[in-house]
Design a protein around this ligand. Structure first.
Ligand code: OAD
Ligand code: ZN
Length: 251
């Protein structure tokens, strides 16, 4: 039977209160209300820009140009973004003792800024940049300054090596420590809130499947349908900020 919105909120709160180990798994949809576009919705980043893979970034100067052009356009709004109601609600749930970890595919750092203490970043963080040859790190401010130059192929000032963001590119393996930790948590949790992700990118998208297979209940909050909606105990096709705020206010 189809439940009304308020009934679903009450049911979600009951599941959260009953659970001993609730975690959240988030994607770009959790940050759209902070003004950061997602990837696959209409108007999302992959309609405006081409995906530059790890291999292209390493071997193809033209692809590096393309990547840095995209970065230059987005970097300022990314670093100016502030946590929205969804991030704030997840931080509140952790503070109240209802949420143990946030596993995120996002690189924007907004969960930490909102106050979540245990955040596992599967795709890295936008603040990190490194020379692929000598491993010198560069700060985001140094990179912003370099992007002011016309030559959009950022090179190490020490050795001339290629500078790459530490975020995970397509074709690049995920950070092993984070992936292992996320898999362990997915195995052990009994409730997972899956928020703002199309679940189309592997291996990140396997995390909710691991939770489901190990017997955890799943609550989905997504504006659009995904191929994995059948796993959900409760589904909200709605704004993450709205639903999570209502959950915190009701719990
Ligand atoms: P997607 O853009 O694929 O999916 C975002 C999901 O969030 C969609 O299902 C939207 O309907 C939903 N959504 C958007 N705004 C929302 C809102 N306000 N409230 C609720 N839902 C909302 O983003 P991800 O699944 O995060 O990886 O993408 C996964 C990975 O693909 C990213 O980490 C990135 C990307 O390429 C790399 O770059 C390696
Ligand atoms: Zn170097």
């Amino acid at each position: 039977m189809e439940l009304f919105y308020n009934e679903k909120i009450i049911k979600a709160c009951e599941l959260i209160k009953k659970s001993n180990y609730t975690v959240a798994f988030t994607g770009a949809g959790v940050s759209t209300e902070s003004g950061i576009p997602d990837f696959r919705s209409p108007g999302g980043l992959w309609q405006r820009f081409r995906i530059v893979t790890y291999q292209e970034f390493i071997f193809d100067r033209q692809a590096r140009h393309e990547f840095w052009r995209m970065k230059k356009e987005l970097i300022q709004e990314m670093i100016n973004a502030k946590p929205n109601n969804a991030h704030k609600a997840l931080a509140e749930l952790e503070k109240m003792g209802f949420l143990k970890h946030v596993i995120t595919q996002n690189i924007d750092g907004l969960h930490q800024m909102a106050g979540n203490k245990s955040v596992i970043e599967l795709h890295g963080n936008q603040k990190g940049f490194i020379c692929l040859d000598c491993e010198k790190s560069y700060s985001i401010n140094e990179v912003i300054n370099m992007l002011k130059e016309d030559e959009l192929d950022l090179r190490c000032e020490i050795c001339g090596g290629i500078i790459k963001p530490t975020v995970v590119f397509f074709g690049e393996p995920m950070p092993e420590k984070e992936l292992t930790m996320a898999q362990k948590i997915a195995n052990e949790c009994d409730l997972m809130l899956v928020i703002g992700t199309s679940l189309q990118v592997e291996p990140a998208a396997s995390i909710p499947r691991i939770a489901y297979k190990s017997g955890a209940k799943l609550i989905f909050i997504n504006k659009a349908e995904t191929d994995w909606d059948w796993m959900a105990e409760i589904i909200f096709y709605d704004s993450a900020g709205k639903v999570l705020k209502d959950i915190v206010e009701t719990i």
